[in-house]
Design a protein around this ligand. Structure first.
Ligand SMILES: [Zn+2]
Length: 280
């Protein structure tokens, strides 16, 4: 606990009988402001070492998160087709694999399909710790930083206010899920566009204000939004140094502004009212 890490611990043994070494680590999740116990599976090297040419007979489960090649069942694992020797590629170039049974939890094909497509499985509830003999629930999730499948635990009660979906979205690591992520985000973007949409015409309406001849002499003729007019007047005032140095709020009219103001001086507070009279 002190070191936020346990292990590597060996003696974990799956139902299928393959042993593996694993580390458990407490990791702080910035997003959730919470400590999380993560369980790393060691890489099961055994199948890899056999060197036999493998021919897959099952339908591909999805794309390998590491290299994008097809993932198939092989022995006690689901493996990337480039992680085992094949006719096309006798020397494996990838090392992605994940067990069919992990800590007594059978991992069905559909869960692997889900893992490959979305980055994680459903919450599986039949994991049994070989150390404590306790069962526990976890999702299997692809961890792109570490390049391996790892446990992801459900939020504890106290953490519920932090939506775990956020994590789900954040952790989607590879091609397809990224696309999905975009798909998920799209409605939000659409929504934003929708919200923005009514504004646009309104702004356009505001932007159709016509300055009087006097005002046009200062800001130029055209169609303006009220805010644009105010900004342009201030640009003009500043460019021509028309603010009273002793009182910056007071504007001294030059020839052109005099025609707009109808007087020698105006305060910045009067500006809006004055401008209003010159817009139609
Ligand atoms: Zn691969």
């Amino acid at each position: 606990m002190r070191d936020k890490k346990i292990g590597p611990l060996d003696g974990f043994r799956s139902k299928a009988g393959w042993p593996f070494v694993a580390e458990m680590a407490l990791k702080y999740n910035e997003e959730e402001k919470n400590w999380k116990l993560e369980f790393d599976f060691g890489d099961d090297k055994k199948n890899e070492e056999s060197g036999e040419i493998v021919e897959f007979t099952d339908e591909a489960l999805g794309a390998c998160p590491k290299c994008g090649s097809a993932v198939h069942e092989h022995g006690s694992n689901y493996v990337c087709s480039k992680a085992v020797p094949t006719h096309e590629q006798p020397t494996p170039s990838c090392d992605f694999k994940t067990g069919k049974v992990i800590l007594q939890q059978p991992v069905e094909r559909e869960q692997v399909v889900k893992l490959l497509a979305t980055g994680k499985t459903d919450l599986l509830d039949k994991f049994v710790s070989n150390r404590t003999r306790r069962s526990f629930k976890a999702m299997l999730a692809w961890n792109p930083e570490e390049g391996k499948v790892a446990f992801e635990f459900e939020q504890r009660e106290g953490g519920k206010k932090y939506p775990s979906r956020k994590t789900a979205a954040k952790k989607t690591p590879f091609g397809k899920p990224a696309a999905k992520k975009t798909a998920v985000k799209a409605p939000a973007a659409k929504k934003a566009a929708k919200t923005a949409a009514p504004k646009a015409p309104r702004k356009a309406a505001v932007g159709s204000l016509k300055p009087s001849a006097a005002l046009a002499a200062v800001i130029g003729d055209g169609a303006y939004a009220r805010t644009e007019v105010v900004k342009k007047i201030w640009d003009y005032i500043k460019a021509n140094n028309l603010q009273n140095p002793a009182d910056k709020r007071s504007i001294t009219a030059d020839g052109k502004l005099h025609a707009v103001f109808g007087k020698d001086q105006a305060t910045m507070f009067e500006l809006a009212g004055i401008i209003g009279k010159h817009l139609s």
